[in-house]
Design a protein around this ligand. Structure first.
Ligand SMILES: Nc1nc2c(ncn2[C@@H]2O[C@H](COP(=O)(O)OP(=O)(O)OP(=O)(O)O)[C@@H](O)[C@H]2O)c(=O)[nH]1
Ligand SMILES: [Mg+2]
Length: 448
């Protein structure tokens, strides 16, 4: 029997009420000992005095008891609502420790719910997402995951894989090839691969869903990137000068455009330079290009310069808007590498005089709606752990297909399918290992 754990479930500090959670085998005896209460009914609250081991009354509290069969953790547990005074909280928790409880580790209540089969692992992760969701869409998606949307998909995929495995295994002892049979299996494997692609594709929406949208302003020194940030913010937030290489460290600010909270990052201008500090800034700029959701590529249309090939190629893979700045000045022709970026929407502005900024804002919103928002029909947004596991499963299925296509022994195909099935089980936590559980539950707070 695991030991009985205790933790404060509400933030520590002055508050109207604080909730202390207890879970484990000692729960009922603790209730008898500290509240003098017998005949407990699950899910019913009672008013009581907390009597410490010393006999002293520490507080008047409300106690809610949950019996193991119907509790969140799958063990007898209780919640003690005391007055929200840190001193009272500390005295009660210390007293419960003297009575045999141990302070819970982060996420230990949820971990016990998982270990006692009350929820699976992706539902436990959904609990974490619910706590961290900062917008309604993120909250809804996490709630659906807690209700089992992702688990359901995995159960269906596992069932399909198991059926295929049984069929393939039944062919192992046949000496002759059966091409019709192979085709049937290959078709089903393709269907499974399609479904996995769809699920893996949902990962790209996760970042914007949970962390909001980030936009980097990139381009050559003096193109007017900092001026553009100021124009978007409508304030003189960053230094602007005609000396190339003015911005060295990246500067970020949040702005709301059309209800979207967007983090805008001004970066150091991209060019060859011997200046070490500027080089560091440029390295950061390139990292930012990788990390953000959308790039505004600023080009001084009066003196357009080519971007380095590597950067231009990287940008071509992203969602970008080409911003031609300094429309108040004369226009000159674009160098070759910038021509290639003309696949992106183009906006003409004068950052200095504020011309075209509204059009730029609406283009930003259009691109967000088109490329970055989760479509309605997608109801999941898998996390990095799920994505890695799905990718392994996908590789195993591709390998199983290759075996059939090259008419290699059915044993090899069966072995890939068996491994794929087992690997899927790591998502729901049918299979687990301590390292994986540690990584997941350590992200929780104590008391959850
Ligand atoms: N005429 C004109 N000048 C502009 C415009 N936008 C920026 N400038 C000028 O261009 C120069 C460079 O502007 P910055 O905003 O500092 O350029 P930057 O891209 O941030 O430059 P670095 O930080 O050095 O990479 C300044 O002298 C600005 O006043 C514009 O729309 N029209
Ligand atoms: Mg600048």
């Amino acid at each position: 029997m695991p030991d009985t754990i205790v933790a404060l479930a509400t933030p520590f500090g002055l508050s109207a009420i604080a909730k202390i959670r207890v879970s484990g085998a000692l729960t009922q005896s603790l209730i008898r000992k500290h509240f003098g209460k017998e005949n407990l009914i699950s899910h019913f609250a009672f008013l009581a005095h907390y009597r410490a081991i010393s006999g002293e009354i520490l507080d008047q509290v409300i106690v809610l008891f949950f019996s193991g069969e119907r509790s969140h953790t799958g063990e007898d547990s209780m919640e003690i609502d005391c007055h929200g005074n840190p001193l009272i909280i500390r005295l009660i928790i210390e007293d419960l420790q003297l009575s045999g409880c141990r302070i819970a580790e982060p996420g230990e209540f949820t971990k016990r719910a998982y270990l006692n089969h009350k929820i699976d692992l992706c539902q436990a992760e959904a609990v974490l997402d619910i706590i961290h969701a900062t917008n309604e869409s993120a909250l809804k998606t996490s709630q659906k995951q807690l209700q089992g949307t992702l688990s359901g998909k995995i159960f269906r995929l596992s069932d399909d894989l198991l059926l295929l495995l049984v069929e393939v295994e039944s062919r192992i002892d046949f000496v002759e090839e059966d091409l019709e049979f192979d085709d049937k299996i290959l078709n089903k494997l393709d269907e499974i691969l399609d479904e996995i692609e769809k699920i893996v594709g949902s990962h790209k929406f996760r970042r914007t869903l949970f962390h909001g949208i980030s936009v980097a302003i990139v381009g050559h020194p003096n193109a007017g990137k900092s001026s553009l940030l100021n124009a978007l913010l409508n304030e003189e937030r960053v230094l602007v000068s005609d000396i190339p290489g003015t911005t060295r460290d990246f500067i970020s600010e949040n702005i709301a455009i059309d209800g979207f909270l967007i983090k805008i990052i001004d970066t150091a201008g991209l060019r060859e330079t011997d200046d070490e500090v500027e080089q560091l800034g440029i390295k950061k700029t390139i990292e930012n290009i990788y990390a953000v959701d959308l790039c505004l590529i600023v080009v001084d249309q009066n003196s357009p310069l080519p971007l380095e090939k590597e950067v231009a190629t990287k940008l071509q893979e992203k969602v970008c808007i080409l911003v031609f700045n300094k429309v108040d000045l004369e226009k000159n022709s674009l160098p070759y590498f910038l021509e290639k970026l003309k696949i992106f929407p183009q906006v003409f502005v004068s950052a200095k005089y504020g011309t075209g900024i509204d059009i730029l804002k609406s283009t930003i919103v259009d691109e967000i709606r088109k490329n970055l928002l989760m479509p309605q029909e997608i109801t999941i947004a898998i996390n990095e752990r799920h994505r890695e596991i799905f990718q392994t499963v996908r590789n195993l299925i591709v390998s199983a297909k290759n075996v059939l296509e090259n008419q290699q022994p059915y044993e090899l195909c069966a072995s890939d399918l068996r491994f794929a099935l087992e690997t899927l089980g790591y998502i729901t936590g049918k299979y687990n290992n301590e390292e994986m559980l540690g990584k997941i539950f350590n992200q929780f707070c104590i008391g959850k």
